[in-house]
Unconditional design. Structure first.
Length: 513
């Protein structure tokens, strides 16, 4: 006998599946999550997320948890074998999203709080030890065959999202081809808990030594991670064992006497993406849709961005406020951004993964000269979204909107927590909602849209001048922010507020035709 109809079935329960379940469950949709593993993986994997992902996690209800889970990183320094500085990437403690630009963490800790949040939502049901073994697509639903310790049963769902990793079962049924850039390197990942308190300066370090390219970064509070590249002629068996891990850690003063080896594993870094993210009622997110080398720390970040982009679009569709056709914008917006991050990660890898001494020496000379002229480099901002539900030709559209500290209705904190989320019409000049005619105001309210006059001393008090600076920098008087915190469009005067809402209405109406 089939279960009750789900609004969304999510296959896979890593951070991406967890975030998507929460973002949909918070909106009241009936979500079923199916994870074949009976328990969460207990060892570290991803160790970095950026300010945008922190804001998405804030939206998922984790804002109070993040400070204890993370260790902000202010510096990522690259050195050669002789200790000369090749590159310094500096990160601010307060990024455009209102969180540190670089946050180091332990994935099991993050998954634990995500799981607790997901299970706290009445409309979300998490089923571990439940493997999806078949999918049957129909015009109005998908029927999943789920196998667990009680046998097999059928579960119908309006939509199915595969968040089930690089070997995605859902992707097989979606039938998408894969673009693979053929960038493969094997690295030994070693996660360590130091028993003695020790300050690591810089907090994140890349050693571009042709004898053994090595990465040393924070693994979150109390943890460190080393990554050692497999050298030409070195076997996986020789590299992937505990003895080798301790031998490679010795130069850093770590031994069995002062540290605990949490994990050692060899990973093959890959660079690929699926060509179709959506077919019928099946969608892909996270590693099911793309994999990238870790050199930019954007693998998990990209998956959580997928979840944020997809959640509000499915919400509009399920509410009858937008047609299914808007899902075409999911891939058109996300895929170019993902491809750009993969290609950037590859370029970093080409600098790092150099085992030839002569080539490394030439690289070093060029980078040392450039570093002296340039000084510290800010982290590369995420590329803007590709074309989609955005105002075409608008320079701000597709970029992240700022979040700052505000005071409103007697409460002080980050804007999203104090004023609200969803579609937001913001201006430092006046209340933009008052510039909407009745029909547009009704449409915007039906979307759950909010407005704010955000200014120092204003109705929404911009207590640190964050919004004033951001609007001034971009020459805007009003912006329409989407629920995933990207700018839909902007205008140079407050009178442009009505046009922005009209363009949003037209964009959704156009996709009904």
């Amino acid at each position: 006998m089939a279960d009750a109809l789900l609004d969304v079935a999510i296959v896979g329960y890593g951070p991406v599946g967890q975030a998507l379940a929460i973002l949909l469950g918070q909106r009241g949709w009936k979500v079923g999550v199916f994870e074949k593993q009976p328990a969460a993986y207990p060892l570290p994997r991803a160790v970095h997320f950026d300010h945008e992902v922190a804001r998405i996690l804030q939206a998922a209800g984790l804002g109070a948890d993040l400070p204890a889970l993370t260790e902000p990183a202010d510096t990522y320094e690259w050195r050669n074998a002789g200790g000369d500085t090749l590159l310094v990437i500096s990160s601010r403690a307060d990024g455009v999203s209102g969180w540190p630009e670089a946050n180091m963490f332990a994935q099991p800790d993050l998954e634990r709080v995500l799981d607790h949040r997901a299970r706290s939502l009445a409309t979300v049901e998490v089923r571990r030890g439940a493997e999806v073994v078949d999918l049957r697509a129909e015009p109005e639903r998908v029927t999943l065959t789920v196998s667990d310790e009680d046998g097999r049963r059928e579960v119908p769902a309006r939509w199915v999202v595969g968040c089930d990793g690089a070997n995605s079962f859902v992707r097989q049924h979606l039938g998408s081809t894969v673009t693979d850039l053929g960038f493969f390197f094997d690295w030994l990942i070693v996660d360590v808990v130091c028993r003695e308190r020790r300050a690591w300066t810089p907090i994140n370090l890349q050693i571009c030594d042709p004898k053994r390219p090595t990465t040393l970064v924070s693994g979150g509070p109390g943890r460190r991670r080393w990554e050692f590249m497999r050298l030409p002629g070195e076997s996986l068996a020789d590299l992937n064992n505990e003895t080798t891990a301790w031998r490679l850690l010795e130069p850093w003063g770590l031994t069995r006497a002062n540290a605990t080896l949490e994990r050692h594993a060899v990973y093959t870094f890959q660079a690929r993406w699926v060509d179709d993210w959506w077919k019928g009622r099946l969608l892909l997110a996270g590693d099911a849709a793309h994999q990238m080398p870790p050199f930019a720390g954007q693998g998990m970040c990209s998956g959580i961005r997928d979840a944020a982009n997809l959640a509000w679009k499915l919400d509009l569709i399920l509410r009858g406020r937008a047609p299914e056709a808007i899902l075409a914008s999911y891939a058109s917006e996300r895929a170019p951004q993902v491809r750009a991050m993969i290609e950037f990660s590859i370029e970093l890898g080409k600098v790092i993964c150099v085992p030839d001494p002569a080539a490394a020496a030439a690289r070093d000379a060029a980078m040392i000269a450039a570093a002296k002229d340039r000084g510290p480099t800010p982290p590369l901002p995420a590329p803007s979204l590709g074309p989609g539900l955005l105002v075409p030709g608008d320079a701000l559209a597709g970029h992240l909107c700022v979040q700052g500290e505000v005071v409103h209705a007697g409460h002080r904190g980050r804007f999203d927590d104090v004023v609200g989320r969803g579609f937001a019409l913001l201006s430092p000049v006046a209340d933009p909602l008052r510039h909407l005619p009745a029909d547009l105001a009704e449409f915007f309210a039906a979307l759950g849209g909010i407005g704010g006059h955000v200014a120092p001393g204003g109705p929404v008090d911009d207590v640190q001048g964050t919004y004033a600076r951001w609007f001034r920098e971009h020459g805007a008087a009003v912006v329409l922010q989407r629920p995933d915190f990207h700018v839909f469009g902007s205008a140079p005067t407050i009178d442009g507020a009505a046009r922005l809402v009209e363009q949003l209405r037209d964009a959704l109406a156009h996709r009904r035709s």
